[in-house]
Write a protein that binds this ligand. Structure first.
Ligand code: NAP
Length: 253
C-alpha cells in the first residue's frame, strides 16, 4: 500500500462540476474522500460514483462560510474517515454585476464563500495536517483573478485565494504541509452555463466563442482541472508549494 492510499481528503463544493470530478479523481488514487457541499443530499451522486467504483466516500453537508458548520463538518470527517490531510478549497458562487450595480450582499456572498470559506476550512484542517507531519491544501483561484469585467467581487476573491495560498505555504511548510492554487480558465460546468445565460447566449455558442480565443482551441473540462489538483495533492509534489497553476489552455499574458 502506498502512503497516499491512507490519506483522507476533503473536497468542498463537490456535489458537481470541478469539485465532483476532483473527488472522483482523488478517490481513484486511493484516498477516502469527504464530498462536502451546501446540501448533503446533493452530494449523494458523487459519493455513489466513488463507492460503485470501489472507493470510499462520505457526503457532508456544510456551508463553508459558517465557522461552526466548518468545525462540525471537519470533526465529522475525522470521526467517519480519519484525520484529513488533503483539503481542496473548491466551493464557489458567482454574483456577477458591474461595479455601479453590485450590491453589498453580492460582494459579501462571493467573498464569504470563496475566501472566508477557504480560510475557515484551512484553519479547521491544519492541526490534523500538522499532527500528521503531512498536508496538501489546494485552493481554486481563476483566470478572473487577473481582473474581469462584471466580476469585481469574484476577481477580488480569486486574487485573494492566491495570497492565502502563498501565506499558507510559508506558515505551514515546516510541518510538511504544502499549499498551492489552481486557476482555471473556461471550464464547462453549471457555473459557466449560468454565465452564458446571464449574457444572453446559448451555452453551445458561448463555448464555441470561448474556444476560438483559447490557444488549444477548446474549452476545459472538469477533469482537466482535477488532473492539476491531483498533482498538487500528490505525495510526489512535496517540494512544490505556494504556486499558482493556470489551467486555461494557454497563457493569459
Ligand atoms: P459549480 O458547478 O457551480 O459548483 C460549485 C459548488 O460549490 C456547487 O455544488 C455549490 O453548491 C457549492 N457551494 C456554493 N456555495 C457553497 C458553500 N457556501 N458551502 C459549500 N458549498 C458551496 O462550480 P464549478 O464551475 O465546478 O467551480 C468550482 C470552483 O472552480 C469554484 O471555486 C469556481 O470559482 C472555480 N472556477 C471555475 C471556473 C469555470 O469555468 N467553471 C473557472 C475558474 C474557476 P450549490 O449548487 O448548492 O450552490
Amino acid at each position: 500500500m502506498s502512503s497516499s492510499e491512507q490519506r483522507v481528503a476533503i473536497v468542498t463544493g463537490a456535489a458537481r462540476g470541478i469539485g465532483a470530478a476532483t473527488a472522483i479523481r482523488l478517490a481513484t488514487e486511493g484516498r477516502a474522500v469527504a464530498v462536502l457541499d451546501l446540501d448533503e443530499e446533493a452530494c449523494r451522486e458523487t459519493v455513489e460514483q466513488i463507492t460503485e467504483a470501489g472507493g470510499k466516500a462520505v457526503a457532508v453537508g456544510c456551508d463553508v462560510s459558517d465557522a461552526e458548520q466548518v468545525e462540525a463538518a471537519v470533526a465529522r470527517v475525522v470521526g467517519e474517515l480519519g484525520a484529513p490531510t488533503v483539503l481542496v478549497n473548491n466551493a464557489g458562487v458567482l454574483r456577477d454585476n458591474l461595479l455601479f450595480k453590485m450590491s453589498d450582499a453580492d460582494w459579501d456572498a462571493v467573498l464569504n464563500v470563496h475566501l472566508r470559506g477557504a480560510f475557515l476550512m484551512s484553519r479547521a484542517c491544519q492541526s490534523h495536517m500538522v499532527e500528521a507531519g503531512f498536508g496538501r491544501i489546494v485552493s481554486l483561484s481563476s483566470s478572473s483573478a487577473l481582473g474581469n469585467r462584471g466580476q469585481i467581487n469574484y476577481a477580488a476573491a480569486k486574487a485573494g485565494m492566491q495570497g492565502l495560498t502563498k501565506t499558507l505555504a510559508k506558515e505551514l511548510g515546516k510541518f510538511g504541509v504544502t499549499a498551492n492554487s489552481v486557476a482555471p480558465g473556461f471550464i464547462v460546468t453549471d457555473m459557466t452555463a449560468a454565465t452564458a445565460e446571464r449574457v444572453g447566449m446559448g451555452f453551445e455558442d458561448f463555448q464555441t466563442a470561448a474556444a476560438s480565443q483559447i490557444p488549444v482551441q477548446r474549452v476545459g473540462r472538469p477533469e482537466d482541472v482535477a488532473n492539476a489538483i491531483a498533482f498538487f495533492a500528490s505525495d510526489a509534489a512535496g517540494f512544490v508549494s505556494g504556486q499558482v497553476m493556470y489551467v486555461a489552455g494557454g497563457p493569459l499574458n
